[in-house]
Ligand binder design. Structure first.
Ligand code: SF4
Ligand code: SF4
Length: 391
């Protein structure tokens, strides 16, 4: 398996320093330009991606801890450095904005003369959205979804339109959750591509600030309009040290999490391994893992007709390979056993995605681990299969 290389420092980049007023000016400028700014905020006791209008909406003073089957949102320790973005990943990423969970594909309405009027959903312009606080694994997931939806003979026009308008502002990770393993997937904790702007939070109690790097012409134009100063070696060193700390936390030698090497080859040769049955004994088939995964893209199509027969609508809705009905073909489902469904998901993510799209379908965000109600852990399942081969 080829893993992406990942540069781990800011050397050689054009970089500026923004203070919190600069960040506020960024949000205000995007709003003035007609964008809805979507960023992390606390709602219902969890961190979600939602509209923000000011830095006061950001989860300052909050911390999220994650473990297999557990997500805890709590006030940060009173003596913790002054972070605005210490909440790792929201439950849902920007997938639901670029590829909505439910989308009307078309609607037909009967007209007075008994004919039909067909509405064209693609005629509606998508909302102009600017995403603030995207984690590097999230950017990697967007790159994966770009391959799925934009490349090849069947591009998704709705995704393309939403993607074209979206402004992507990353915040590099300075703390890894216990479920994160982006370092082993080559996707983080520092963003190297796919952003308009990338910020690294330097939570200096005397001078909280952000190292800001532009990654596109749009990002350079945004940055040029903000109150700022040039980055000096102290700023760069502080930013590099902050992201290096997240890498250190993910190192298994420090109790962190990593995906085993050569996992694709391992899974290709262990399709009949008894471990699939052991996972199936725990798996509830709830589909949480696929719904929170930023790269899963399976959908189904549903038709709806009003009782008076005047309107017919076709919807696209997220589906999951964990649902029995997902593999239904004439006469029954192909993957009736839970073991077959879990194996399908994990081998697709980590092995067959490479054959299909040339990249891994997993970016190491760890959401499927945290949000699995029984704590099934994709890294641990791979390790268990590898360990049994070694015996
Ligand atoms: S498979 Fe799990 S860790 Fe990998 S990208 Fe999906 S949710 Fe994240
Ligand atoms: S692996 Fe966990 S989250 Fe996924 S379907 Fe099974 S029980 Fe649900």
């Amino acid at each position: 398996m080829t893993q992406r290389t990942h540069r781990g420092d800011t050397a050689g980049n054009d970089a500026a320093v923004l203070d919190r007023d600069g960040l506020a000016a960024l949000i205000a400028g995007l709003s003035a330009a007609g964008f809805s700014v979507i960023g992390p905020r606390i709602a219902d006791g969890a961190v979600v991606l939602d509209e923000i209008t000011d830095i006061a909406d950001l989860p300052a003073g909050w911390r999220v801890d994650q473990a297999p089957g557990r997500v805890e949102t709590r006030p940060a320790d009173p003596d913790a450095p002054p972070h605005l973005f210490d909440t790792v990943l929201p439950a849902q990423g920007l997938k639901r904005y670029l590829y909505p969970p439910r989308r009307r594909l078309w609607q037909a309405d009967r007209d007075a003369a008994g004919g039909w009027h067909l509405s064209d959903e693609d005629a509606q312009p998508p909302p102009a959205l600017a995403f603030l606080g995207l984690r590097p694994c999230e950017l990697a997931a967007v790159a994966v979804q770009d391959r799925v939806f934009l490349e090849g003979p069947y591009a998704d026009s709705d995704y393309a339109a939403r993607r074209r308008r979206a402004v992507l502002i990353a915040v590099n990770c300075t703390r890894a959750a216990a479920t994160c393993f982006c370092a082993s997937m080559g996707t983080g904790p520092r963003a190297t591509a796919g952003y308009d702007l990338a910020l690294t939070e330097i939570p200096d109690p005397d001078a909280p600030r952000f190292l800001a790097e532009a990654g596109s012409d749009r990002g350079r134009a945004l940055l040029a309009d903000l109150p700022q100063r040039s980055a000096d070696p102290t700023d760069r060193a502080a930013a590099d040290a902050a992201t290096a700390e997240a890498t250190r936390q993910m190192d298994p030698a420090n109790g962190g999490r990593a995906m085993i090497g050569d996992v694709a080859d391992l899974l290709r040769r262990t399709l009949d391994h008894p471990h699939w049955d052991r996972v199936a004994e725990r798996c509830l088939g709830c589909t949480n893992c696929t719904l929170v995964c930023p790269t899963c893209f399976c959908a189904t199509v549903e038709d709806e007709t009003t009782l008076d027969g005047a309107t017919a609508t076709r919807w696209r809705r997220w589906d999951s390979c964990f649902a029995v009905g997902f593999s239904y073909m004439h006469g029954g489902s192909v993957r009736r056993e839970m073991s077959a469904r879990y194996r399908q998901w994990m081998t697709h993510k980590l092995a067959h995605w490479h054959d299909q799209f040339g990249v891994s379908g997993c970016v190491g965000c760890g959401r499927c681990i945290a949000w699995c109600p029984v704590g099934i852990d994709i890294t641990a399942e791979a390790q268990a299969i590898a360990a049994s081969e070694e015996r």
